[in-house]
Design a protein around this ligand. Structure first.
Ligand SMILES: *Cc1c(COP(=O)(O)O)cnc(C)c1O
Length: 354
């Protein structure tokens, strides 16, 4: 890394795209008037006045849901942005900070496929710095890949599909030396023994964390993703988000689920137990050549011939993820941990394969 890069410091104003800086955000009826909860006559948003539970526009700032989330996560409400899944949140990050056909992001494959899809969609160069064959982060290579137009480094910990976490000191090195945003996708954090990065938010102005209700919280269908960052970063994302990006049904369901966090913790504990059992059972199956350690709710395994094993399992009505086309993932399958009965069926099916 050049001396010049080291001497630069984090400057959010320089990271934001010019058009985002200068634009005026859409101001919705529900932004103009914030309800204080008292009885009012709402004639401002051209809604159908007949109450049916969803005839009114939802709160564009999802205040009630954010208040619940803020308490559970121990972060300030103005450090949270919610989106239609973390996929939308990640897209907003690209659109706020990356200038098409000029800027670049760094990703570290094999990792979550959406990062490169979002880079392509937004016409942003994706500088891919492969993990090592044992799926460790090559910090030096990442630092070397940074140039003046690098806006975001996208990390996923625990990583999908490899299942491992990136060590804290490595991420700290990136946070310290890179003056763009370091995004840590914590979709699987609830399954991990590693701590979330949420506790470090106030220590790093360039840290962005994303989480989701799609995995541990069991709500993939309602589409709720969250982004945690400094309130300055959140303000910028708020400015460009679609006004009603989180619908009312989702806000209600998410809040209910967050309030039953003991139930979620119980389900997570069971899934982790099942992951351990599945790992032990898989070790006894000859076609399984390697099982990578996992801090998530899936196992990445190496088999003798992933393409044919994938098809054979499909014929038995079991759908797994074939990750063989991913770099460093030759002949791998990814098994999501299911119910005890589903996992038994998987093991039984694998034993029957020849
Ligand atoms: C599943 C997954 C998500 C979830 O995305 P949503 O849009 O919130 O459902 C995010 N990141 C990773 C790495 C995932 O595997």
């Amino acid at each position: 890394m050049s001396v010049e890069k080291k001497s630069m410091s984090f400057n959010l104003n320089q990271l934001v795209r010019e058009n985002v800086k200068s634009m005026t955000p859409y101001s919705s009826a529900r932004d103009d008037y914030v309800s204080d909860g008292s009885e009012k006559i709402f004639l401002d948003a051209n809604e159908n006045p007949n109450e049916n539970g969803v005839n009114r526009y939802p709160d564009p700032q999802q205040r009630s849901l954010k208040a619940t989330l803020a308490t559970i996560k121990g972060v300030q409400q103005d450090c949270i942005l919610l989106g239609n899944g973390s996929d939308e949140v990640l897209d907003l990050l690209f659109r706020a900070f990356c200038e098409p056909s000029k800027d670049n992001v760094i990703t570290v494959p094999p990792t979550y496929g959406m990062y490169s899809v979002l880079a392509s969609l937004n016409n942003i160069e994706n500088r891919k710095v492969l993990l090592t064959p044992s799926f460790a982060l090559n910090v030096k290579a990442v630092l070397d890949a940074i140039d003046a137009n690098t806006k975001i480094i996208l990390l996923c910990s625990p990583n999908n599909p490899t299942g491992n976490c990136i060590p804290k000191d490595q991420i700290k090195e990136l946070l310290d030396h890179f003056h763009g945003l370091v995004v840590i996708d914590e979709a699987y954090i609830d399954f991990s023994t590693e701590e979330s990065w949420l506790g470090e938010l106030s220590n790093y102005k360039n840290l962005v964390i994303t989480q989701t209700l799609s995995k541990a919280y069991g709500m993939a269908a309602i589409r709720l993703g969250s982004c945690f960052a400094s309130k300055e970063i959140i303000q910028i994302l708020n400015k460009i988000k679609p006004p009603y990006n989180v619908n009312e049904l989702t806000q209600i369901k998410a809040k209910e689920r967050l309030q039953r966090k003991n139930e979620v913790a119980q389900e997570v504990a069971t899934i982790i137990e099942e992951r351990k059992k599945l790992e032990i059972a898989l070790k006894t199956i000859p076609l399984v050549q390697h099982i990578y350690p996992s801090e998530a709710n899936f196992l990445l395994i190496v088999v003798d011939d992933a393409n044919s094993r994938y098809k054979q399992l499909l014929d038995k009505g079991i759908i797994v993820r074939n990750r063989s086309e991913q770099p460093l993932c030759q002949n791998t399958l990814r098994f999501t941990v299911g119910t005890p009965a589903e996992n038994s069926s998987l093991i039984k099916a694998l034993k029957e394969l020849i």
